[in-house]
Design a protein around this ligand. Structure first.
Ligand SMILES: NC(=O)C1=CN([C@@H]2O[C@H](COP(=O)(O)OP(=O)(O)OC[C@H]3O[C@@H](n4cnc5c(N)ncnc54)[C@H](OP(=O)(O)O)[C@@H]3O)[C@@H](O)[C@H]2O)C=CC1
Ligand SMILES: O=C(O)C1=N[C@H](C(=O)O)C[C@H](O)C1
Length: 269
């Protein structure tokens, strides 16, 4: 049995993850962690999730959670994730990171920790989005600079970061397909007298509202035609299943910062 701890357990994704781990025949929930001071700390996990009691209390004890686990799944917040990555690596525990909204410095810190730790990190854990990433790279390469690329994403009203982690994955993929750096070419959320479109720009636009789970369009707008690649998530459990797959896949791997492309066998496609 793979022992898996869920961090951010009260969150939208945290609760999905508990259900997926419970349903997996090869996994067992080893710890349920929330941030210090959270109202769920010390409560029975089953009851706080609206069901019957179970033999597991929500805790803020990270060392105890690491000691009890083979791997942790973390959909929390950037600062928490960076700190946790170092502690998980030191403890020899795998770390599946679904958190998004990282700054460049955070990503550099995680990459450094990944030289000794066992990490899977992806802004989107779904098979469909990761397949779309490979397609977006191919389409950008095939169509070339005459086609303007715009990435449009829509999420629920509670999401705190923009562009979404998925939009950034897609942006990196099309930039790679074109042989340019995303940081040089990204044009985020236009407003006002922006002037005509910059040649080669990769535009990002974020819709926030209601209960969108996550929708992403990559638009290639060319002379006389448009191509749109689209992914629509209709069930958040999708991401939890992907994260759990990553947690199982890490077993027996060497140190590294892996992506869902590695987990799903989509590397190099
Ligand atoms: N990669 C993917 O496929 C997906 C990624 N995400 C990303 O996952 C993250 C979480 O999303 P979501 O579940 O919707 O957000 P929520 O706000 O519902 O959940 C986040 C949870 O993490 C908790 N938390 C914050 N800091 C800590 C900490 N130090 N230790 C333990 N728990 C902590 C929060 O507690 P509190 O509210 O009290 O601060 C909250 O319960 C976001 O970055 C989101 O973009 C989401 C879906 C899919
Ligand atoms: O916050 C969310 O909800 C989601 N976040 C991820 C992202 O930032 O792309 C993945 C998914 O779209 C849902």
């Amino acid at each position: 049995m793979r022992k898996i701890a869920v961090f951010g357990v009260s969150g939208r994704m945290g609760q999905m993850l508990v259900r997926e781990v419970d349903a997996h025949p090869g996994a067992t929930l080893s710890a349920a962690v929330e941030r210090a001071g959270h109202e769920w700390i010390g409560q029975d996990l089953g009851q706080t999730m609206g069901g019957g009691a179970r033999d597991l209390l929500v805790s803020d004890d990270i060392d105890a959670a690491l000691a009890a686990s083979d791997v942790i799944i973390d959909f929390t917040a950037p600062a928490a994730t960076v700190a946790l990555a170092a502690r998980a690596a030191n403890a020899g525990v795998g770390h599946v990171i679904g958190t998004t909204g990282f700054e460049e410095a955070d990503l550099a810190a995680i990459a450094e920790i990944g030289t000794r730790g066992h990490i899977v990190r992806a802004g989107n854990m779904s098979l469909g989005v990761n397949l779309l990433v490979t397609l977006a790279r191919q389409v950008a390469r095939a169509l070339g600079d005459e086609y303007d690329i715009e990435i449009v994403e829509a999420h629920h009203r509670h999401k705190v970061d923009a562009p979404s982690g998925t939009a950034l994955m897609l942006g990196e993929a099309v930039a790679e397909g074109r042989g340019v750096s995303l940081s040089d070419m990204a044009d985020r959320g236009r407003d006002g007298i922006t002037g005509a479109r910059r040649d080669g720009a990769i535009g990002f636009h974020a819709i926030r509202g209601g209960d969108f789970i996550g929708e992403h369009d990559v638009i290639f707008a060319g002379p006389g035609e448009r191509v749109t690649l689209r992914h629509v998530a209709s069930d958040r459990a999708l991401f939890a299943r992907g994260a759990l797959r990553a947690a199982m896949w890490l077993e027996g791997r060497g140190p590294g910062e892996y992506s869902m492309l590695d987990v799903l066998g989509l590397i190099g496609r």
